[in-house]
Design a binder for this molecule. Structure first.
Ligand SMILES: C[S@@+](CC[C@H](N)C(=O)[O-])C[C@H]1O[C@@H](n2cnc3c(N)ncnc32)[C@H](O)[C@@H]1O
Length: 189
């Protein structure tokens, strides 16, 4: 939590305190062995998940080179290098060739792209696996409660499509939490 606060104050995106707390709660309950994270940033949420268990292996994707390199050092400093596979590049290109199966996926990259990733995320998420997505209520714009600028049309449209598809899919049990910027927890039957 301290490291997360330190980087946020420097303008580096890491998930909000209550989001990180919920993530760690879900990972601690689920005890996944094979986790995929989209949006490594500097490795804070990834390290937090790795701290929960020595049996957890993390695959994580980041498109910003500086963040990717900083995360590499974060994982080295915490002694996690042998339990992390880092990909540098656009998540849309990388998820296409991942095979999984992953028993936990943390989606925390570009909000407008969640819906594009969904077919691959469904393919690589194991049965009984959990998809945990951050920012799904994006500043209150998604549920219609807060007015948004036309610049955010694409994010709002795509996030609604992402949520609706999962909620209407009988293979998933979904819950949306009004914590942080909105969290989706979707369990695959
Ligand atoms: C909110 S931050 C992730 C924070 C991190 N999960 C944490 O809590 O420590 C989002 C990250 O996703 C990365 N990102 C955005 N679009 C991406 C894409 N298309 N492919 C891969 N990474 C992307 C950004 O560079 C940024 O570092």
């Amino acid at each position: 939590m301290e490291l997360s606060k330190y980087y946020r104050e420097k303008g580096i995106p890491t998930c909000l305190h209550e989001t990180l707390n919920e993530l760690i709660l879900q990972v601690t309950i689920k005890k996944p062995k094979n986790v995929l994270e989209i949006g490594t940033a500097v490795g804070i949420s990834g390290s937090a998940m790795l701290f929960t268990s020595d049996d957890l292996f993390l695959t994580t994707i980041e498109k910003d080179e500086d963040s990717y390199n900083t995360a590499k050092n974060t994982f080295i400093e915490f002694g996690f290098s042998n339990r992390v596979k880092q990909y540098f590049g656009d998540a849309g290109d990388i998820v296409r060739f991942l095979e999984g199966p992953y028993d936990f996926i943390f989606l925390d990259g570009a909000k407008a792209r969640y819906y594009d990733y969904l077919p691959d995320l469904k393919r690589i998420l194991a049965s009984n696996g959990v998809l945990f997505a951050d920012n799904v209520l994006f500043r209150g714009f998604i549920d219609g409660g807060v007015k948004y600028d036309h610049r955010d049309n694409t994010i709002v449209r795509n996030m609604r499509a992402f949520l609706n598809e999962l909620i209407e899919d009988d293979n998933y049990i979904c819950s949306i939490y009004e914590k942080g910027d909105g969290i989706l927890v979707a369990y695959k039957k």
